[in-house]
Ligand binder design. Sequence first.
Ligand code: BG6
Length: 485
Amino acid sequence: MVSASPEPHLFVVMGATGNLMQLKLLPVLFSLQGKGQLPPGTRVLGVARRALDDVGFRTLAASSLRSAKVASDEQVRAFCDTFLFYHQLGGETEGSFADLRRRIEQVEHDHQLPGNRILYLALPLEAISPTVEGIGAAGLNSGPGWTRVVLEKPFGRDLASARSLNQLLGRYFAEQQIFRIDHYLGKETVQNLLVFRFANMFVESLWNRERVDQVEITVAEQVGVADRAEYYDSAGALRDMIQNHATQLLTLVAMEPPATREADSIRNEKVKVLQSAVRIRPADVVRGQYTSGTVNSQAVPGYRQEPGIPPTSGTETYVALRLKLDNWRWQNVPFFVRTGKRLPAKSTQVIVTFKAPPVSIFQTEEEYEVNPDRVTILVQPQEGFEIAFEVKVPGREPRVQTHRMKFHYADVFGPLPDGYETLLVDVMLGDPTHFVRADEVEESWRLYDPVLQHPPPLVFYPAGSEGPREAEALVEQWGHRWFAD
Ligand code: BG6
């Protein structure tokens, strides 16, 4: 049941000393509290292995919040002292989860909480299953109020592991208690895709194989592997960005209109897109890795020279691929998807390119090239959309030029909230619309399993370049091109 407003609860974070809690969840909880959006009475219980008490945890949290420069020292201190508690979870035995349960009940009792719980597993993949087992064995999968469990990506490493994780979760939780986070689904611009498509009649009437020539999805990043060497080297770009974030964008761009705005109505249509997607052949995939180069006028090392990365690592930091959807709407329209680290700029865009007019009476000379019309959905850093179309250049000469009509959120609504902020409120409300359902996550792994099993050979690109040349060739061989700048 989706509540009208968030109810008081205990927000339990497993993995509370880790990066996600310190860099993302804490600032978001702080911001929600500042806006009065944390339900009254709500408390946060951090859980981790590190030997800390409440005071030690508050000091750690305060220093993370201070470095995020979210507010004054006094506000940070007041927030930490009022809302944060800590429990050290010694091991994975049933006993220690029983201790955790006692602590949860104690905090709830002390603060007159009704027993609603969010269990946020901000943990590395290998710790997820033992934690779910521990939660189940201690009976923490249900409580006096509602209990919701939140899982981060990556959800499994492939189809088989995602399936077993779903089965394990299913032993203890009903699907409506499970919130699989993909933070892209919390971005306003991603949520706007549905409004853009289904609230604007002119868009929907063009959004099909009759009118669309190609769809491209680009998720480009300037950053390298940063301080996540161990995780990243075992994941790679396909697991880190394509199977989740880029695939979520794909489903929202390609899905049919849902019958209603209900979560399952929307998620059913997203699943159908994935069911219609043809399993990707390794030959339709380019896997790249960055070598040393220059980004933002700064010399940066190659991936294999990054601290913590093995010097012979075969992990990809770039992927480009071609996807086919075998359905009525999209038959024969190629979907090109790419992502990479250490590219010239951060930019996430979806570009839908329309077919050229059947006869171009204006393109009488080479120099007056007529470009196909395009809709660009800007996800970040700029947020909004643009429509590129041709106009007549004033004068006698029959000249045609491409111009853009722009809608940028920042110009109208100011800065948008962080995706995590939107999603945490959804979890508090019990609204699963922007979370990934069990069948959805399995269908997306099904798509990429052949590539994970038979990865194509790695190619290389210098940091700061546009990516490997092979990514251009992948598209050109089908008579297409990438349009994103
Ligand atoms: C995360 C990936 O899920 O998304 C990171 O693990 C990536 O590797 C990040 O940098 C990108 O998120 P955003 O919101 O900055 O595009």
